[in-house]
Design a protein. Structure first.
Length: 558
């Protein structure tokens, strides 16, 4: 399994909703079962992530709790956000409500009365405030780099203030885990704290831990109706094949693993019960071009390559029909990004257009001699496509792109590297083109910021871990991103977002290939109530922040 998929862009993942701009109402719409009739069943969960160290620090993306997803069963957020339907209002959780000032520089949280920590102590606004103090003090616990300013408690409310607008960070703030002050204030360094005996407010506690099997048991008391699942058993399988076998045999009931031949390997083993659903948020996968050096400095070549990529073939051959298609020319996945598509691009889809690509190149001064393409300076056009060895879906996609550009007379080759070498070269801008994912969020801001923000720009040779790996330089893009983040009304945000889409379409810093999936495989043999196309209450993936909400929806099949 690719590291990028352990928490699906674990990066990714903290999302928001436009509805966050308004004050949330009461928590009456929280998920839950029937406490009186709570079930006694076991749910088996797996991820193909290998041996795990005993680390349940909820803030660390490298912990076992993050890798397998069980941190979401122990620790809870202030609100649950539906990443695949970002226009939906978040579901109140530990916060009954919240309200932003119009400039998004002040957030008032109303903390719910009633929740308790698993050691029996009451969860209070002081715990919420202390959690944000941790994020403010320790950057390693605050991967989004949110600049918290004032943090104060007033009765049942917690007030957070900021120097800059937090419009684009709304859900990243209310989606944070809350931890108990009386435990964490005794920790000398929370950035290295392994938290082997986690105390949370969720309905499960850690029962046993081994390097490959972790068991959680349901608490006797919980502030919501108890979930029907009485025990969660997590297994960390050594690789995709072992995880696939466990799913097919029924040994594992819930996972997220790339499975090229899923119809034969999984669905056919139990057609009635073996299911998968791979919806997308707003993040994407695409070909990142190095715009600072080499052939892709020229926007004409970037446009031409974008025009010959066959997304349908990538969807079918490379992604095994698992990853949602990218269709709109802006690169924004639908339906998640429906509300953001600029008027000129509504209904405008990406299509293979070899003749159109040839004209773009010809108009830019490229020439063809025999079956070879030459740039305006008379140099044959060649480039290298690279990704890590073993990332077969990406490498198959690169091979399809390599074959597609032959129609333009371009000589491309596909090479592989180790993950570490590739990551280093991507961060330092030492590549021609590579398939890579983007960040995601409640609006396209996170995706476009990752691709083309000037704040992430570094010259070739200097690491740029925050994004803009292609060294794209556009004052207009940077300004539009800043305008969107700091706008005080929807009209200004729309103007800025429309400009970002124009730049994406006309300057092609990245050629989108597929939507970023937030999917899962699961079985309905023992448990029903999973999210799916007919009931998309959240992404189905077991490592996402809403995983607890999924478990709260489950009921015994019989």
């Amino acid at each position: 399994m690719h590291p990028r998929r352990r928490t699906t862009t674990a990066a990714i993942a903290l999302t928001a909703s436009l509805a966050l701009a308004a004050s949330a109402c009461s928590g009456s719409d929280s998920a839950g079962g029937n406490k009186a009739g709570a079930g006694t069943g076991v749910l088996t969960v797996g991820m193909p992530n290998g041996v795990q160290a005993n680390n349940s620090n909820p803030f660390l993306g490298t912990s076992a709790g993050a890798s397998l997803g069980y941190r979401h069963m122990i620790y809870e957020p202030l609100a649950m956000v539906n990443m695949i339907r970002p226009d939906q209002k978040p579901k109140p959780w530990l916060a009954e409500g919240w309200e932003w000032t119009p400039d998004f520089k002040k957030l008032t949280l109303t903390v719910r009365k009633g929740p308790k920590w698993s050691d029996g102590k009451e969860l209070t606004p002081d715990d919420v405030a202390y959690t944000f103090e941790l994020l403010k003090k320790y950057p390693a616990l605050n991967p989004d780099g949110i600049a918290y300013d004032g943090i104060t408690v007033n009765g049942q409310s917690v007030e957070l203030t900021f120097q800059q607008s937090q419009y684009v960070n709304q859900a990243k703030i209310i989606d944070n885990f809350i931890v108990p002050k009386h435990i964490w204030e005794k920790v000398s360094d929370p950035t290295t704290f392994t938290n082997e005996k986690p105390v949370g407010s969720g309905p499960y506690t850690l029962k046993t831990f081994t390097p490959q099997t972790i068991t959680l048991t349901r608490t006797k008391t919980y502030w919501q109706d108890l979930p029907k699942v009485s025990e969660l058993r997590y297994t960390s399988y050594n690789d995709n094949n072992a995880q696939t076998t466990a799913l097919a045999s029924g040994k594992c009931e819930w996972s997220f693993v790339f499975m090229p031949n899923h119809e034969k390997l999984f669905i056919a083993k139990d057609p009635e019960n073996n299911k998968l659903w791979f919806p997308s948020g707003i993040g994407i996968h695409g070909v990142w071009f190095n715009t600072a050096q080499g052939p892709f400095k020229d926007v004409a070549l970037r446009k031409a390559v974008n025009m010959v990529i066959d997304r349908e073939k990538i969807f079918t051959v490379a992604e095994a029909k698992l990853y949602p298609k990218i269709e709109n020319v802006t690169g924004l996945p639908l339906p998640a990004a429906d509300a953001f598509i600029a008027d000129p691009y509504k209904g405008k889809n990406l299509e293979v257009d070899v003749e159109g690509a040839k004209k773009v190149l010809s108009d830019a001064g490229y020439t063809t001699k025999g079956d070879k393409l030459y740039d305006p300076a008379g140099k044959q056009v060649k480039f290298t496509l690279t990704d890590p060895a073993g990332w077969n879906d990406y490498l198959t996609g690169l091979s399809l792109i390599r074959d597609a550009v032959k129609d333009l007379g371009i000589e491309a080759k596909v090479t592989t590297q180790t993950v570490d070498a590739w990551s280093k070269n991507v961060n330092e801008g030492k590549f021609d083109a590579t398939l890579h994912w983007t960040n995601t969020g409640a609006t396209p801001y996170d995706t476009y910021d990752h691709i083309m923000s000037g704040k992430h720009y570094q010259p070739v040779g200097t690491a740029a871990p925050g994004g803009n790996f292609g060294r794209f330089q556009s004052d207009a893009a940077t300004k539009a991103l800043e305008d969107f983040a700091n706008a005080t009304d929807e009209a200004a945000r729309k103007t800025a977002m429309d400009e970002l889409q124009r730049i994406m379409v006309e300057e092609v810093p990245v050629a989108p290939t597929s939507a970023g999936p937030i999917g899962a495989e699961y079985s309905t043999k023992n448990w029903v109530g999973w999210p799916d196309e007919s009931n998309p209450y959240g992404p189905p993936q077991p490592t996402q922040h809403n995983a607890l909400d999924v478990v709260m929806h489950l009921k015994p099949a019989n």
